[in-house]
Design a binder for this molecule. Structure first.
Ligand code: TYD
Length: 170
């Protein structure tokens, strides 16, 4: 079995609905370890980079607003980001997260239990879950600095920053 890492985000609708505990309980059934976590106020730049593959979709603008939590406002306009690690982690965590469309998701999955489709047609599906190892690597490097993750997972390099050195992704 291959050890994988992936990015999980509790999206602003999950934060607003106070689902953090419920989501973590469901995810804990897969017995993965958390190797990084933080709360993030998502900038437009980060949101667009995260969803760059969907930039030509008609719902891209609303998707960017959604992950930034714009429609919810203070104090819900944030996500809780996690890096999980474990055997076959991506497939197992995506199964617990459920299908992208909350109406099609298994009712006991996170998205099936807690997601909805807004009247504008946006899937408020509560969590983000990386889809494959290369996307997971891209997303983890986008959301986390090397020193925010307790296990070393990808190669890093040192660069000169001001008077000292800084470790960044290679
Ligand atoms: P996608 O990367 O296809 O799915 P997943 O999050 O399951 O990997 O889509 C990213 C997000 O875009 C998805 O979580 C919700 C939103 N979305 C819509 O609102 N409508 C859609 O038709 C699709 C495909 C996605």
């Amino acid at each position: 079995m291959i050890i994988e890492q992936l990015l999980i985000l509790i999206k602003p609708d999950g934060v607003k609905k106070s689902l953090t505990g419920n989501i973590l309980t469901k995810l804990s059934e897969a017995r993965m370890v958390i190797i990084g976590t933080k709360a993030v106020k998502v900038s437009k730049k980060l949101a667009e980079a995260h969803y760059y593959q969907l930039k030509d979709k008609p719902f891209f603008g609303e998707l960017v607003d959604y992950i930034q939590g714009k429609i919810y406002g203070e104090p819900w306009d944030r996500v809780i980001a996690f890096v999980y690690q474990g055997e076959d982690a991506i497939a197992r965590m995506r199964k617990i997260a459920g299908a992208t469309n909350p109406e099609e998701a298994d009712p006991i999955s996170i998205r099936g239990a807690y997601g909805r489709i807004t009247t504008k047609g946006i899937y408020e599906n509560v969590v983000h879950c990386s889809s494959d190892p290369s996307e997971a690597e891209r997303e983890i490097k986008l959301w986390f600095q090397p020193d925010e993750i307790v296990n070393s997972v990808y190669s890093t390099k040192k660069i000169i920053a001001g008077k000292g050195e800084k470790t960044v992704w290679a």
